[in-house]
Design a protein around this ligand. Structure first.
Ligand SMILES: [Zn+2]
Length: 261
């Protein structure tokens, strides 16, 4: 009898252990519910703050994107330099955006003054997330850089309608139509620099966040002053994947947008 009780006890302990190490499940989200991202619950968790993995989206004070209309010009900001060699990439449909993942040993990086930020991926939003005096642009490109210590810097490029962009066409042509799927074995090289405007010296900068859940802050933003163009047809192809995958502008609060000129 005693043995049986002990056995039952240990089974309960075992089951309890399984319950407490339940794998966190990211809540489903999309852009139509962006006003409520912070309230979404992880049903596998029972305690705050783990129950609300996206809380920063609603309680953060340095969120992105923002309206870039009011800027203070400065010549004293760091120079930035984009060192983006060609790479054989993975075309990834994330379920929220059209994305290009760079290879494991890719050497591409963004230099901000003397600090180097490795380029990990790029992706697109339509319409733009950053706006200027409430005006959106047709699309916006984000080059996402992540350092080994976790520090993130994003270079944003606003996209207008005009001449088509060949690299963008390659990305559209190789993007898998199914959500959360990769096209990694094409062997196709892309040259990321061809997705940048000729003038890459001038930019807007501020401290912000990821623009999708979990909206983590501490992200340094550099949004180029100059734009690139894609054709109307290319914009429609992009919107065929995701139309409206843009977060609305967030309050600046105590921040000032600085402009390198
Ligand atoms: Zn983005």
């Amino acid at each position: 009898m005693k043995i049986k009780t002990l056995f039952t006890g240990s089974v309960l302990t075992f089951l309890f252990a399984i319950a407490t190490v339940a794998v966190a499940e990211e809540p489903h989200w999309d852009h139509t519910m962006q006003a409520d991202w912070g309230k979404l619950e992880d049903s596998s968790q029972t305690e705050v703050p783990k129950m609300y993995p996206f809380a920063e989206c609603s309680i953060g004070h340095h969120q992105s994107p923002v309206d870039l209309a009011s800027t203070s010009a400065s010549k004293r900001l760091n120079r930035i330099k984009t060192l983006y060699p060609a790479d054989t990439v993975d075309f990834y449909n994330t379920g929220h955006a059209v994305q290009v993942n760079f290879s494991d040993h890719y050497q591409g990086q963004l230099l901000v003054g003397a600090a180097a930020y490795p380029l990990i991926q790029l992706h697109f939003h339509a319409p733009s997330e950053h706006v200027i005096d409430t005006q959106t642009f047709p699309a916006e490109l984000h080059f996402v850089h992540v350092r080994d210590d976790g520090k993130i810097a994003v270079l944003g490029v606003l996209m207008e309608i005009g001449e088509e962009n060949q690299v963008f066409q390659t990305i559209l042509d190789n993007m898998p139509p199914t959500e959360k799927s990769h096209n990694a074995d094409t062997g196709i090289h892309i040259k990321p620099t061809l997705l940048l405007p000729h003038d890459r010296k001038h930019y807007h900068t501020l401290a912000g966040s990821l623009t999708t859940p979990p909206c983590s802050e501490g992200v340094d933003w550099y949004i180029l002053t100059n734009t690139i163009t894609i054709s109307e047809e290319q914009l429609n192809r992009l919107k065929g994947f995701y139309d409206g995958n843009a977060r609305l502008p967030q309050a600046l609060n105590d921040r000032v947008v600085a402009e390198k000129n």
